[in-house]
Write a protein that binds this ligand. Structure first.
Ligand code: GLY
Length: 477
């Protein structure tokens, strides 16, 4: 069987590997915007063809679909979904793992997502307000008097571009200028006049639940946690994710089985609400970017209409059953037949990015990078190639996270393995690598316990999800 994979990055390298390693013997074809060495290896090993094109452009992908005539497709990133690439596969009669343009609105528009959750009374929803100008938003914040999170209303294209701050910060002149810039950055993406969304601010440990859906049946994957900030101790700008953890088992050390089930219920209800709204099946991946909060317990911060990156790199290597086949069953509507066996051992992923990422793409681009791949594998490390192109015999950075190093081992052991592997990577530019990913478990367990005490207490008093406005004005939401 032939499978066509769309996308370029480390998540797509992990997907290509899973498909190439399947006992079903898939021939892997791919379309990327540059030559990713990991995807190239999977394609060549299985006798497929690697196309360099525009994965975000439906017409460019359609030409590859015509040339390959695959049995099914798998789409990795969000932009092809937003642009209707999944719809293009289906128009050609090819089943695909990928949300339709309509269904991917759950990721593209935060306002639409929040409205949907309120309309359907889905637990884990936050109060929000949408605004078309900074001035209006600032006025609301001033009157409200509590802490809020301020974000662009639509997905900005660049990962991790979001504005989150509290009231005081946003009333300062500098921050308001920064926010205006955030607003102009989303100008070309935002439809209509809604540009800013303000949400009530919550706090607690974050985690991600990915769920596969074939339009009838859903299948939840093991949890993962993304480390968003660029530098050690979670400081610095937000990135697409500098690393992630998953496990042990299907959980994380700070999330209980009951919380996993509640999170799954939230995501399942959201899929149902999307399908009811568009009268369309949701076929693909949806991921709840969740937080354990005192307000609700499991709470939705945002949704993705795809696998997260680097979350996928933490989850896929832990799946013992044939994940390639699970993808085929998702695309073709037979997910009920899927088996999902997961390693008990957890995994840790640490990304390697060139200095300059995420704020100075030019600085982080076109730098050579070297690694001793056989030795890294010997040490027990998997390497997924991300934003790095094979140019001749050289690996050249493309401005984002170049590599994702993965160890499927107990957290402390993984720390040692990954540090040894990282010492086998060099570049003509200094590299960013967070050594604390996977070693902050104890403090997250402690934070979760405090939050759990609060939400359980609220629940016992029938106050789950009920926000108490302390400001004298109250009732503004
Ligand atoms: N890890 C964040 C993302 O996939 O966008």
């Amino acid at each position: 069987m032939k499978v066509l994979l769309v996308g370029d990055g480390a998540r797509e390298n992990a997907l290509a590997d899973a498909l190439a390693n399947s006992p079903k013997g898939y021939r892997v074809f791919a379309v990327s915007s540059y030559v990713n060495p990991g995807i190239k290896e999977a394609v060549e090993r299985t006798g497929g063809t690697y196309y360099i094109g525009k994965p975000t452009d439906p017409e460019s992908v359609r030409q590859v679909i015509k040339a390959v005539n695959p049995d099914f497709g798998v789409i990795g990133p969000e932009d092809p979904l937003f642009n209707g690439v999944a719809d293009e596969f289906r128009k050609e009669g090819i089943p695909v793992v990928g949300a339709s343009k309509n269904c991917s609105t759950i990721e593209k528009s935060k306002v639409w997502m929040r409205e949907l959750m309120w309309k359907y009374g889905i637990p884990g929803r936050l109060r929000f307000r949408a605004f078309s100008s900074v001035e209006e938003a600032a006025e609301f914040i001033k009157e409200y008097g509590g802490s809020v999170a301020v974000k662009p209303a639509e997905q900005v294209g660049g990962k991790g571009v979001k504005v989150v701050a509290d009231l005081q910060a946003y009333l300062s002149k500098e921050k308001r200028i920064a926010l205006s810039k955030g607003v102009s950055a989303i100008g070309s993406y935002a439809k209509g006049s809604v540009k800013i969304i303000i949400e009530e601010k919550v706090d607690g440990p974050e985690y991600t639940l990915h769920v596969l859906s074939d339009g009838n049946v859903t299948l939840p994957l093991p949890l993962a946690q993304d480390y968003k900030h660029a530098y050690l101790h979670s400081i610095g700008p937000e990135t697409g994710g500098m690393g992630s953890i998953s496990g042990p088992g299907k959980l994380l050390p700070f999330i209980t089985d009951e919380e996993y089930e509640r999170s799954y219920d939230i995501v399942r209800r959201t899929i149902q609400a999307i399908e009811d709204t568009f009268k369309e099946k949701y076929v693909g991946v949806i991921s709840g970017q969740m937080m354990l909060t005192g307000l609700w317990g499991p709470t939705i911060i945002e949704y993705y209409s795809r696998l997260g990156d680097p979350e996928a790199s933490a989850i896929i290597p832990r799946i013992k059953s044939d994940f390639g086949e699970v993808l085929e069953l998702t695309a073709t509507g037979h997910l009920a037949k899927a088996k999902l066996e997961v390693e008990e051992a957890p995994s840790v992923v640490r990304a390697v990015a060139p200095r300059g990422y995420p704020l100075n793409k030019e600085m982080a681009s076109n730098k050579r990078i070297w690694l001793d791949l056989p030795k890294m594998r010997e040490l027990g490390c998997k390497v997924y190639f991300g934003s790095v192109a094979l140019e001749g015999n050289s690996l050249v950075t493309k401005g984002s996270r170049a590599l994702e190093l993965v160890a499927v081992q107990p957290f402390e052991e993984a720390d040692k393995t990954l540090n040894k592997c990282f010492s086998l990577v060099s570049s003509e530019i200094p590299l960013i690598y967070r050594r604390d990913i996977g070693i902050t478990i104890a403090e997250q367990v402690e934070k979760a316990e405090i939050v759990r005490f609060t939400y359980k207490n609220r629940e016992a008093r029938g106050l789950l999800g009920v926000s108490a406005d302390w400001s004298p004005q109250g009732g503004l939401w």
